[in-house]
Design a protein around this ligand. Structure first.
Ligand code: 4NP
Length: 162
């Protein structure tokens, strides 16, 4: 795994948004034959859902798009900033929490971004938390993540000559 570019998606619970982002991004990485070059994970800023599978509504919207989600909830830690190259926060609250983790890491080389820095429609906005809403919140989040993941992958390909 050393030598690989490592990408970490982070939300609050690590059961709705970031597992979906992980699944979508892995799908695109595989599609483009980059599975041996790019490693993908997700995590939560909270420890509320450690060990849990993604929310059934994220699993459902992913499956409807041919994507299988297989992650288990874990909490983001400061060491992630030493381990990963790109860390993507789903919203500004996640970003603020991650900034604190970055500052408490030993070298913290990972670059921290907002996910929608890579969305050409609504750049820099939050990926809204769909947890307390209905099904349509999840299809909206899917669209945002799909666009953002595509542009993030293009950026990584350019940055690393893939
Ligand atoms: P996520 O959504 O951050 O996209 O995974 C949430 C999941 C669970 C909770 C909040 C947000 N919760 O309060 O348990």
């Amino acid at each position: 795994m050393s030598g690989m570019i490592k990408v970490l998606f982070v939300c609050l619970g690590n059961i709705c948004r970031s597992p979906l982002a992980e699944g979508i991004f892995k799908y695109k990485v595989t599609r483009d034959g980059l599975g041996d070059k790019i490693h993908v994970e997700s995590a939560g800023t909270s420890g509320w859902h450690i060990g849990e599978s993604p929310d059934p509504r994220s699993v459902e919207i992913a499956e409807r798009n041919g994507i299988f989600l297989d992650s288990y909830g874990r909490k983001a830690v400061s060491e992630d900033f030493n381990e990963f190259d790109y860390i993507l926060a789903m919203d500004s609250s996640n970003y603020a929490d991650l900034k604190r983790l970055k500052n408490s890491s030993t070298n913290g080389a990972a670059q921290l971004f907002l996910m929608r820095d890579f969305d050409d429609i609504g750049k820099g906005q939050d990926v809204p938390d769909p947890y307390y809403g209905g099904e349509d919140g999840f299809s909206y989040v899917f669209e945002l993540l799909d666009r953002s993941c595509e542009n993030l992958l293009e950026t990584i390909k350019k940055n690393h000559d893939f």
